[in-house]
Design a binder for this molecule. Sequence first.
Ligand code: 8GP
Length: 810
Amino acid sequence: MAKINKNKFKQSFETKMYSLYAQSINDATDEQLLNVLCSVIKDIISKKWVDNKLDSQKEVYYFSIEFLLGRQLKSNLLNLGIENVVRESLKELNIDLDNLINAESDPALGNGGLGRLAACFLDSMASLNISGHGYGIRYKHGLFEQKFINGYQVEVPDNWLTQGGYVWETVRPNKAIVVKFEGNVNLIDKNGRLEVNHTDYLPIMAMPYDIPIIGYGNNSINTLRLFKSEVLSRDFGPLTVNARNSYGSYEDALKYKYYAEEISQVLYPNDSNYAGRLLRLKQEYFFVSAGIQDIIRKYKKKKLDIKKLNEKVAIHINDTHPTLCIPELMRILLDEEGLSWDEAWDITINTISYTNHTIMTEAMERWPKEMVKRLLPRIYMIIEEINKRYVNELEERKYDHEKIYRMSIIDNNDIKMANLSIVGSHSVNGVAKLHTELLKKEVLKDFYEHEPEKFNNKTNGIAHRRWLISANSELSDLITGLISEDWKTDTNKLKELEIYRNNKDVLEKIGEIKYSNKERLAKFIKEKYDIDVNPNSIFDVQVKRLHAYKRQLLNALHILHLYHELLENPNFDMEPRTFIFGAKAAPGYYLAKCIIKFINSLADKINNDPRIDNKIKVVFIENYGVSIAELIIPAADVSEQISTTTKEASGTGNMKFMMNGAITLATLDGANIEIFDQVGKDNIVIFGLSANEVLNYNKFGGYSALDLYNSNRNIKRVVDDLINGFIPNMEKEGREIYDSLITYNDEYFVLRDIENYIEAQEKIDKLYKNKDKWNEMALINIANSGVFSSDRTIAEYAHDIWFKGCEGNE
Ligand code: 8GP
């Protein structure tokens, strides 16, 4: 823990205000105060940050094209253990810490689950004393800001770099790296040794911006290094000899500048689907090459033997976006370090490990051969060679042609990035038990049969410090009061809460905390949208990216069903409900955008219909992201995790809700299964098709949405409403959704699961009527959520993958 006292802190604060802004505290804006505060904190940690070079230990490098960090101030104060001193000192200076916490921009450098997971992992690596660092891209514009105009999603560019910079970053021009694109590659035979001559390439500078990642209560500080792309300055040195940046004309110079800066301009707004755009490929190679060069440079500075790289370095690739780590490391080992192919390959495989995050084929990256060849000529050659050797190996095993074609890295047109990742790494993991099983038995079956020892599961986790201690401090304090502080560093201890399951006082307290979190959210909703929601109603929440497989549509159709029930029978017995949505759709994903419009139109109709006496309210909160999640999740009673079984690799929102005492309403998909295993059938509500049923439908057919529609009154009623004008202002969108269900036979089995879902919702309604029972369920959920801390996940990665075979890691 950092040691500071109030007087010293106040003094540093004032001095910093003068040195940064040459003005007094009284005249400063919140933004300036925030800058000063962050700068003082950076001073406090800076010595540790520099000192934190653990030579003796293996270093882990986590490559991810997304890091969805969320605001850092509060979590840094928490991890440093100085929130109270800082709060009190600022108070004495007439400054409210919470204002500054809320003034920080929220770096949205990720789309959803995959990016947020990477951020949780950084937090856990630092907190577990693992020297583990992130490599990524410093996008100028993160994920777009979402606005609703007439119920439609409108995307506005995200400007998180207000004032041109980010309070926590430190730019390091002396560590800049050159990444080479395009050009010609010649292999020259020099006395039997091949020399690689890469000429006419475009050199792009990768400028490192470092963000400190502070461990919880342990003085350990790691680094997230994000690269910004820039033109190469003319004085960069000898690397420019063969480069094509001796820009002749002014026009050429501008083109080069555009080319360079475009690379880190904007985050691709796609979640769980793949769009093979050249710029994205540039982004991938850009941060991968910069990161790998950086690692090798640091390693060599320590004068260590390059042939022992894998003993000191572990490189983890978060999905296939950083897969070019494999040929890039090969390139350096072969071309720059002069190792033989076999030596280089051995080191590469033993250094790199890979996580897969999806089973959906549309999300699997494939890059056109020609594109890769032109953009990255040397990398292409290396991938070709890897493929050639791999195919030889498969042929020796006498596999049939089809199988070899499926497993090959390069097919007639494309490079298959998942295949390259598996072949070039020593470990392949899925992110929840079911997901890993599906990879082994279905999607990556050939590879699993070929090399079963590579495959393992690492069920996802979440940073409990952010999602419970910080986001729900009242609940966190209650827990600490009941079972002592130890759970904060060992979440398994949360189990001890179970002894309170029949303690009326404790259960009531849990209910009160939930209520006050709901009031806080209700206030936000009133201020922002002028909608009155009742904190005594059930807060039923679905927040996540908008995707057909996540089935926000199922949720909405159920709301429509309830609405009809109420209209038909005003005395229909139900607990009042507030349905809360938060979701961004990829800008090019038309059906997803139609679903947003549908939900907004439905909300409009229901919220303004006096006939139903406020029994239902529907609120779609704009611009869902980390900060707003921190407000919503602690206020949820019901956690909607209703994806089509088999489609959600894991989910991590489900874990955040559980840890905050919400009851999960779920299909047996992804990590929902493991939540079920933890809490038992009485503390979760499950519905819907099983994994096998979905797989069978997919393989053998036999599902007809039209038959269901024709034979079931409830289904017909809500589906017809999509196109009969019952909900105004959504004619086109309603038709699109209708077609997806009826004309295209409901790919995600919404109609197949709806009756079952309605029953499950009725069960929720009944359970909520008994408050003691409900609070007991909440307690059981909290008590059993410890296993979903990302500390557990990271400990498993460290033990089974990164430090496997290392001394002291038995
Ligand atoms: C997500 C999975 O959909 C989700 O189930 C899982 O919990 C999460 O990864 C973390 O493992 N996948 C993605 O976010 C994803 O594939 N994003 C790609 C577009 C980057």
